[in-house]
Write a protein that binds this ligand. Structure first.
Ligand code: AMP
Length: 389
């Protein structure tokens, strides 16, 4: 494999994360937080050793694009004469069209701008550093890697809402997210869990954002997130699936405007809203407060229910994979989910679960459950390298 250096950029509303890869090896990880408020940067080697961070004081960035520019002198120093062969960007929305990453051109950026209304909280921030890099260095290849792309294999019946059909034609349909994480898991399953890789597997990406994906022979068949990353499971601060009449009630009976409802659904709900304590599962698992326990029970209930729903979409279940911050680290959550899925043939091996697997079910368990760490950045680096090769 070529050892050209690939940059990976993951930009959000107030942060920009960047990495540098040589092949599959991560050499550098950095992050700018507090963009537009009080920007601060940190950096470490791929092995986790802290590096002197970039100095942002000369021109504190107010957008992710400016953050990328502010990082460049520091990155040049670190590169010490080497150059990046390309930059890959995480882009939340590829709309109904993009089922694979795409090479950045001015026309692509214009197309992706059209998806801003589908993901107003993320898409503009994802596009900002792409536009900046294209303006400053048009010769540097860039690749957009979409969170929605992996789910374009989902059959039409599982993508449609039962709304008037012309709304689907206007783009109001289920897209699904966390696609780069699911694609990475699908790519390692043949080696990590060969007995289930060709079968029906539910992958549980349980982190601050959480969703499930039904994989059949490594392809996405259904997922819990829909039109937005708000749907499906309850999350750190997001409500997950909700009767749409609740939104109507909040607006018409309680007089809330759209901005206030958005605040409730995205930032005041989920584990934080239920517990009143924290959005972080570590805090909830350590707490004795009844509502911390209740929040965890609601989460586990929804995960288990939705595993069954996705198994239904595939006509059965052969494997279950836990990944992301909670899925990889929270023994108690995996324990509770596996027990709630026992009726589908999941027989937990407690000791293996405590040891983080990778296989956490007994030898005779009909469904094999695994813990497999995800790596979205590596997926972006691989796609970028492949597309510019
Ligand atoms: P992610 O979004 O994948 O980075 O996951 C972040 C979340 O993982 C945090 O908000 C925590 O709730 C959770 N998490 C990380 N480590 C642990 C742990 N050791 N036990 C329980 N939850 C954890």
């Amino acid at each position: 494999m070529s050892q050209d250096l690939i940059g990976v950029v993951n930009a959000g509303s107030s942060s920009l994360k960047f990495s540098v890869y040589a092949g599959d090896e991560c050499l550098l990880n950095g992050q700018v937080d507090g963009i537009g408020v009080r920007p601060a940067a940190k950096a470490k080697t791929g092995a986790g050793e802290a590096l002197p961070p970039p100095d942002l004081s000369a021109m504190p960035p107010t957008t992710p694009g400016e953050a990328l520019v502010a990082l460049l002198p520091w990155l040049q120093d670190w590169l010490a004469g080497r150059t990046l062969a390309a930059i890959g960007h995480r882009v939340v929305h590829g709309g109904p069209k993009y089922a694979a990453p795409a090479r950045v051109t001015p026309a692509l950026i214009e197309e992706l701008e059209a998806f801003v209304p589908l993901a107003p909280l993320h898409q503009p921030h994802n596009l900002s550093p792409i536009r900046t890099a294209l303006e400053r260095n048009p010769g540097l290849p860039q690749v957009a890697c979409f969170d929605t792309a992996f789910h374009r294999s989902i059959p039409e019946v599982a993508q449609l809402f039962a709304l008037p059909y012309e709304m689907a034609e206007r783009g109001i349909r289920r897209y699904g997210f966390h696609g780069l994480s699911y694609e990475y898991i699908a790519s390692v399953l043949p080696r990590a869990a060969p007995e289930i890789a060709g079968g029906r597997v539910v992958v549980a990406h349980l982190g601050n954002g959480a969703s499930l994906c039904a994989l059949r022979a490594g392809r996405s068949m259904a997922t819990t997130m829909g039109f937005s990353a708000l749907d499906g499971l309850p999350m750190g601060t997001r409500c997950g699936q909700l009767d749409p009449a609740v939104v109507l009630h909040l607006m018409t009976t309680e007089g809330m405007d759209a901005k206030a409802v958005e605040g409730v659904l995205y930032r005041q709900s989920g584990m934080l809203g239920l517990s009143g304590i924290s959005s972080d599962f570590r805090d909830l698992l350590e707490s004795d407060a009844p509502r911390a326990r209740l929040a965890i029970e609601v989460f586990v209930h929804q995960v288990a229910r939705n595993v069954a729903s996705l198994a239904g979409a595939m006509g059965g279940l052969d494997g279950l994979v836990f990944t992301a911050g909670v899925g990889e680290n929270a023994v108690a959550i995996r324990d509770a989910v596996c027990r709630a899925c026992a009726w589908m043939g999941v027989e937990l091996d407690e000791a293996a679960n405590a040891a983080r697997g990778p296989r956490i079910t007994t030898r005779r368990s009909r469904v094999a459950a695994y813990v497999i760490p995800t790596d979205e950045n590596l997926m972006i680096a691989r796609h970028t390298r492949a597309l510019v090769a």
